[in-house]
Design a protein around this ligand. Structure first.
Ligand SMILES: Cc1ncc(COP(=O)(O)O)c(C=O)c1O
Length: 339
């Protein structure tokens, strides 16, 4: 029994689960022939209370704003109508950070305004509103580099400056607490869950809070652990993650902590996600699909005889139904013969 949903946030004592990859293990044949004992696990970040890896950064950002007295609650009448605006949050987001922040801010009585690029899937925009956020969708015309985030960051900054009595911007792209959250939660969870046996860590690059935080923690424990970042090919359409050409938006990318950055054809994010759903029972979203595909490419190339890999599965597929159907139209079922 929990006192509130906040008690479900992940920590070393309450880690998100690690689940073994079985039928789709890239070294299945080698395992069966006794030539390898390499174990591969997915860390299911969608088991976090607001549905993604971003619950970690968002809870750190919100707690910091509260502790520094930066937020005040909206005042409401009996019907829930706002009678006096407090000081809430404005944040540029590709969806997941905004959903986590909005859910937690709303539950605590703070206002949240999310600035999202147009290409964010419709489901995420609806989820943001459902979680209580006011949503500004930037059209390509308003955004200097469509989909890359600069436009959203700029607009959020403008709100935070021009209406500083109404908004404060935690800025996940620059805030060191985004990294700290992973140094203090994700890293220690993985270390403890694997009994220190991890040899390979596979993740993606978005704000880079995950890769920088987890790598900082794991490299301090054992510098031999390989940190591998998977990036989608250029011109990609995988929400939440970035190709290296888009990384200038974030200040949290630290290449010195990363052993290898591998580019994965972005279409594989979608086909891989389907494979994980159908062959492992893991309802992985496209960025998890891309990470799995990258891990597969590396393990098939290097064929390690032993070791243990952990992949971050950032969120599940439910928020990406429109993107899945766009890339794999057969999923819409229109081709099926009707009785
Ligand atoms: C679906 C998804 N995958 C991966 C990431 C990358 O995580 P990070 O921002 O910590 O690099 C994000 C970040 O928003 C995301 O939304």
């Amino acid at each position: 029994m929990y006192d509130s949903v906040f008690d479900l946030l992940p920590s070393e004592a309450n880690p998100s689960p690690l689940v073994r990859i079985n039928s789709l293990h890239p070294l299945r044949d080698q395992l069966d022939r006794g030539e390898s004992t390499f174990e591969l696990f997915a860390k299911l970040e969608w088991m976090n209370p607001f549905g993604s890896v971003k619950d970690r950064a968002a809870s750190y950002l919100l707690r910091d704003l509260e502790q520094r007295g930066q937020l005040t609650r909206d005042e409401r009448d009996r019907d829930g109508k706002i009678t006096k605006h407090g000081r809430g949050i404005v944040e540029p987001t590709s969806g997941n950070t905004g959903i986590s922040l909005a859910a937690m801010a709303s539950a605590k009585g703070y206002h949240m305004r999310a600035i999202v690029p147009e290409k964010v899937p419709e489901e995420k925009k609806v989820m943001l509103r459902l979680a209580g956020a006011e949503v500004d969708v930037l059209t390509d015309a308003m955004c200097p580099s469509p989909g890359m985030g600069e436009g959203s960051i700029g607009l959020a900054r403008t709100y935070a400056k021009a209406q500083s009595d109404r908004y404060v911007m935690p800025n996940q792209y620059e805030n060191p607490l985004n990294v700290q959250a992973h140094i203090e939660t994700t890293g220690p969870e993985i270390w403890r869950q694997t009994g220190g046996r991890i040899t390979h860590f596979f993740t993606s690059l978005g704000t880079c809070g995950t890769v920088t935080g987890v790598a900082t923690f794991l490299k301090a424990k054992n510098p031999a652990i390989k940190i591998i970042a998977l990036q989608p090919s250029q011109g990609h359409d995988v929400p939440g993650i970035r190709n290296k050409d888009e990384l200038h938006v974030t200040k949290l990318f630290n290449p010195s902590l990363i052993d290898e950055v591998l580019e994965v054809p972005f279409e594989k994010a979608y086909t891989s996600a389907v494979g994980l759903c159908q062959r492992e029972g893991l309802f992985a979203g496209p960025s998890s699909g891309l990470i799995f595909e990258g891990a597969r490419m590396i393990l098939e190339r290097d064929k390690p005889a032993q070791g243990l890999g952990v992949m971050i599965f950032c969120d599940n597929v439910f928020k990406y139904i429109s993107s899945m159907v766009k890339h794999l139209p057969a999923l819409a079922g229109d081709h099926e013969t009707r009785p």
